[in-house]
Design a protein around this ligand. Sequence first.
Ligand SMILES: Cc1cc2nc3c(=O)[nH]c(=O)nc-3n(C[C@H](O)[C@H](O)[C@H](O)COP(=O)(O)OP(=O)(O)OC[C@H]3O[C@@H](n4cnc5c(N)ncnc54)[C@H](O)[C@@H]3O)c2cc1C
Length: 303
Amino acid sequence: MPANTDFNPVVVSPYHDEPAAMTGQELMAANPYRPWPARITSITELTATEKLFEFRLIDERIREAFRHEPGQFVELTIFGVGEAPISISSSPSKRGFIELCVRRAGRFTEALHKMQCGDIVGIRGPFGRGFPFEEMKGHDILLVAGGLGIAPLRSLINNIHDERSDFGKVTIIYGSKNPSEVMFRNQFEMWRHRKDFDLYLTVDNPDDTWDGEVGLVTKPFEHLEISPANTFGAVCGPPVMYRFVVAEMRKKGISYDHIYMSFERHMKCGMGKCGHCQIGHQYCCIDGPVFNYWEAKNIQGSM
Ligand SMILES: Cc1cc2nc3c(=O)[nH]c(=O)nc-3n(C[C@H](O)[C@H](O)[C@H](O)COP(=O)(O)OP(=O)(O)OC[C@H]3O[C@@H](n4cnc5c(N)ncnc54)[C@H](O)[C@@H]3O)c2cc1C
């Protein structure tokens, strides 16, 4: 079905109460619990269980004002169904739309997967602390993603791509269980041939079609050459992965201060109010979801 590009806020917005003179920033700040209507403008099937959705916020003021950092998330509402935190998968350098890569996991994500181009959802945010993009500039970058962990890291990867001259050597390791679970295949296929990205795709269980590496996401570390003093590491994947990837990064000599990782914890409000994602003295939604090694070490069960 072709994307519906007819954005008419009068028809679809249930909100008519705000003064027309308010800016998008003022509107969003006035009530951060309010989901802003957004239209699905594109849906791409990535695997049997993951889809990439592109959304456009309908109110032009909100669309203009929406800015995010790589690693941040939004709270996505399906009216009548519920709300869920989802990482922003598109680069902050691409404005006007938001991409979310969503795995079909349960009731909410099932309902999203049934939606069509043109359907309306609600978006509030962005929330949380992302990767320290400005601090990373001028350094080499080693990105390690496992499975769905590629969703938030893709925002960082694409942002680095768009500002490539600000970074040194960029190495990407992306591991999946099976070839059929590799997401963004076309994008990675293109990058495989580029000299300014070192790309390693690994799968645990290869089939006849697979010509990449075989083994866990830590396997490419065996032949990785990096300049540890100048390298930032960024990690996102299933909980079991972090301990092993961080150990490999340490073996290569990367400083703990330069290792960042993104965590998912059950969360609701996204603003440190409800306490659902509180771990010790930290709120995952505002202190994270991206933490550096020292912060992550204090999060129970994560390292
Ligand atoms: C910061 C953050 C970023 C996220 N980014 C993405 C993303 O980019 N893509 C994506 O597909 N999913 C992401 N998730 C997970 C997503 O929020 C859950 O998959 C979703 O809420 C499941 O809802 P459901 O009703 O479909 O499934 P449910 O039946 O409620 O649960 C299915 C599975 O999802 C887990 N889950 C349920 N609610 C949450 C929650 N609030 N937070 C984390 N896990 C949950 C459950 O433990 C269970 O394993 C993210 C979660 C967080 C906290």
